[in-house]
Design a protein around this ligand. Structure first.
Ligand code: BGC
Length: 797
């Protein structure tokens, strides 16, 4: 956020598959062709040009420092020159008025003017309804052809009402909940004129060092595909793209961005073809099948080719194989960045490479507008390439009904922070929390007991919202302390934050925290990460609890009272060293606006935790990458592996077992994918298959008895995994192929049923064609990826 603001200010200085219900596809095609036939080359290139909006209002200017204002006035030649007043001779209001007038002039010459001239097809980052209407008026009423703008914004996990970060939503394993959350975000964003969100991010992420793991749906391609498709349905109104509560989705980042080397953002990826097909591309394909209108290329190069210049992925895979007929936008200047990659020698060549690769719209670089006319004249880029790009863009604008319905009705009652939106966000935060430990049934807490509330995340309204929040207002956030002052005010509590924020290293108040714990029946310690420590360009090489938070936890534990650790963070953390100091651990990926009440609903047992880890939690950062669905190796580690202290002094050169593990951290993660406890217990038994074998194209039914064996009602996410034992390329040791959220009363048992078709077993084998292969399979059903209840079946010809 801060960075974007300063970019905006320095920008000122520098300025010098599915069809939308309501429109038949043939009508859309006809309208596209009619319009295209009237367009000049410049108007066509205008559609392919996306510009970042900037407007500066008095309030925003008033927040700039005096030095910034003075520097701006001088740099823009408005003050301090010959015959001009010096900034020091001006009142603050005078400076604000001058800057505002200059900004308005720049807005007109750089944005409104070009929009009127048909030179801009899309704006990003305008969220003020009046301003959107002004821009749309320039596009529709003042331009020659009256083509509406499509207005983009990063609405990643809520617009105003903030839901848990996507990684948290993934922990719910609840597609309906995720779809509903995206719908709320769409309705709120659309009410201010945003018609396009740059979400969902479907980058498979197996590295918690990477800051953008927060924005991902985790490590698994099946889970990512199911939930990504749900988000697309939510944003796009389940196919009703022209509904006034819908926004176009943009699946990103195509492709491989989450596999950045070492978790360093923007770094190279090296994903070979089978892995690419079987893992990284899968969620994208599912989201495209669900009707995603647009797709964004990624910053990274894979095996030496930057995504924004990669015709194989944009044409062969996306268009020819997947039949995608929406449009492709670059990431922020990813076309221009091909120069820094050493792939294009200048902007002209970057424009050529991207246009010829099939990239339809450029985000902010502006090189199409500048260089495509000459590249076309010289026959380096064809007119057909440009026409196809424009067709793709117009097709979506028509499907969205933007020609008919471009304006925001500013008189309509506000839907922002509507009660049902807050309720949905609270439910999402409840289902997204993962109970990692609960010794001696420390949780749920009795409301009759006194609690000590400790830690920097107990009352951090901004940080609780997490990364990628441009529009959410922290004043609407209900923190845990906020919940104790409101809905939970009957609880007897003492509050001692001890640290001002997660990185704070001042231990002066640790003694007070200890005393607070001693004075209460139980201590609840809220630790984690500030929002700014995850997200884009926020990678970490150490993912322990940051700063001195682990020491705070130890200090609190030394008071001798039960300790509940509640974490709010943007990524998995290495918390093994902290576990001995907490009797219970409730892990929340930043839970959003309603995190506070949701957490207390869980702590007091009004709700029962049911979230499951969408990503493996490692014991040590050095274990990364570690994910449950890795390939079978020739030397798998046995149940028990050698540890460092078992090695004899001066031991001779020995194989120590010759298997795949670490001497210092073993073979297992801290918590496996799919893991999460409940206040009750569940038992899986009686796995039965409809048949020991199925023919190609057949269906197998897998039945299991799931019983709530504890004393309270709860919900369990039952997970089905398979293993294709022998393949033409090596298959993973386990693959998630189904999951169900099952609500069970205390003592209740249900038979749950999964069906598997051979399509579900298909993968890209040696010949890179997707098909199931005959052979033997293992199948497991259980509460996490270590599920042991197993059966076998085979696939025959
Ligand atoms: C990010 C994208 C985002 C875009 C527009 C880029 O820096 O990588 O995910 O949509 O900015 O804000």
């Amino acid at each position: 956020m801060k960075i974007r603001k300063s970019v905006l200010l320095s920008g000122m200085f520098a300025l010098s598959g599915l069809f939308t219900a309501g429109f038949a596809q043939s009508d859309v095609d006809k309208r596209v062709e009619e319009l295209l036939s009237k367009m000049t080359l410049e108007e066509k290139l205008g559609q392919m040009n996306q510009v970042s909006f900037f407007a500066v209002d008095d309030k925003a200017i008033a927040q700039y420092s005096d030095d910034d204002m003075d520097a701006f006035l001088v740099r823009m030649g408005i003050a301090g020159g010959q015959g001009q007043k010096k900034p020091s001779e001006m009142s603050k209001q005078e400076k604000i008025d001058l800057i505002k007038a200059e900004a308005d002039k720049m807005l007109d010459s750089n944005i409104t003017g070009p929009v009127r001239n048909g030179k801009i097809g899309s704006l990003l980052n305008v969220t003020d309804a009046e301003m959107v209407n002004k821009m749309q008026k320039a596009a529709l009423e003042d331009s020659r052809l009256g083509i509406p703008l499509i207005i983009g914004r990063d609405v990643i996990h809520g617009f105003k009402t903030i839901f848990p970060i996507p990684l948290g939503q993934a922990a719910s394993f609840d597609p309906q909940l995720v779809e509903d959350g995206a719908r709320v975000a769409a309705v709120e964003a659309r009410s201010t004129g945003v018609t396009w969100t740059f979400a969902p991010m479907l980058d498979i992420s197996r590295d918690a060092r990477w800051g953008r793991i927060a924005e991902s749906l985790g490590e698994d391609p099946y889970l990512g595909g199911v939930l990504g498709a749900a988000m697309v349905r939510g944003f796009q109104g389940n196919g009703n793209l022209n509904d006034p509560g819908s926004v176009a989705a943009c699946v990103k980042h195509f492709i491989g961005y989450g596999a950045a080397e070492g978790g360093r953002d923007y770094n190279s990826t090296n994903i070979p073809p089978h892995l690419m097909r079987n893992v990284y591309l899968r969620p994208f394909h599912e989201a495209i099948k669900a009707g995603a209108a647009t797709l964004m290329t990624s910053f990274n190069d894979n095996d030496g080719i930057p995504a924004s210049g990669n015709g194989y992925i944009l044409k062969n895979i996306l268009r020819d194989e997947w039949k995608f007929d929406g449009f492709v936008v670059s990431d922020w200047n990813s076309v221009g960045e091909m120069i820094a990659h050493g792939y294009a020698k200048d902007d002209r060549q970057a424009a050529e490479l991207s246009a010829n690769a099939g990239l339809d719209m450029e985000m902010v670089t502006g090189s199409y507008m500048k260089y495509l006319p000459e590249l076309i004249k010289e026959g380096i880029v064809s007119m057909e390439t440009v026409d196809n790009a424009v067709r793709n863009i117009l097709r979506i604008k028509f499907r969205m009904g933007l020609f008919e319905n471009p304006y925001v009705d500013t008189k309509k009652a506000s839907v922002l922070y509507a009660d049902d939106h807050l309720k949905a966000a609270r439910q999402a935060a409840i289902e997204s929390a993962i109970l990692l430990k609960n010794d001696n049934n420390t949780l749920p807490l009795s409301e009759a007991k006194k609690i000590a509330v400790i830690g920097p995340m107990a009352d951090a309204p901004h940080d609780q919202m997490g990364t990628w929040v441009f529009d959410g207002d922290k004043n609407y956030t209900v923190t845990p302390v906020g919940a104790l002052k409101g809905e939970y005010k009957h609880i007897d509590y003492v509050y001692e934050p001890a640290l001002g924020y997660s990185r704070d290293k001042n231990t002066a108040n640790f003694e007070k925290a200890k005393q607070a714990a001693a004075s209460a029946d139980v201590a609840v310690v809220f630790l984690g990460e500030e929002a700014i420590l995850s997200g884009e360009a926020h990678s970490l090489s150490n993912i322990n609890l940051i700063g001195v938070q682990s020491d705070l936890l130890k200090a609190v534990k030394s008071a001798g009272k039960p300790v509940v650790l509640v974490i709010m963070s943007g990524r998995p953390l290495t918390i093994e060293r902290d576990l001995p100091y907490a009797d219970a651990v409730l892990f929340n990926f930043h839970p959003g606006t309603m995190g506070g009440p949701a957490i207390f609903d869980l702590l007091f047992g009004k709700a029962n935790p049911s979230g499951k880890l969408p990503v493996t939690f490692v014991r040590e950062v050095g274990q990364i990458p570690m994910y449950y669905n890795h390939n079978s190796t020739g030397r798998p580690a046995p149940e028990k592996v050698m540890t460092l202290d078992q090695i004899e002094l001066e031991a001779g050169q020995t194989s120590l077992g010759n298997t795949s593990f670490y001497l210092d951290s073993g073979k297992d993660p801290l918590f496996p994918f799919g893991y999460g406890l409940s206040y009750t217990t569940f038992e899986y038994s009686d796995i039965t298959l409809s048949s020991p074998s199925i023919p190609m194209n057949g269906t197998l039914t897998v039945k299991v008895t799931l019983k709530n064996t504890g004393k309270v009602d709860g919900a369990e996410v039952a997970q089905l995994y398979i293993q294709d034992i022998v393949g033409s390329v090596i298959r993973p040791v386990k693959e998630l192929k189904g999951f169900q959220r099952v609500a069970l009363k205390a003592g209740e048992a249900k038979t749950i049923e999964f069906s598997l078709t051979t399509n579900d077993l298909a993968f890209y084998g040696r010949d890179l064609v997707e098909k199931a292969e005959k052979g033997d399979f293992n199948v497991w059903v259980g509460g996490n990826s270590n599920a042991s209840l197993r059966s076998t079946f085979s696939v025959t010809e």
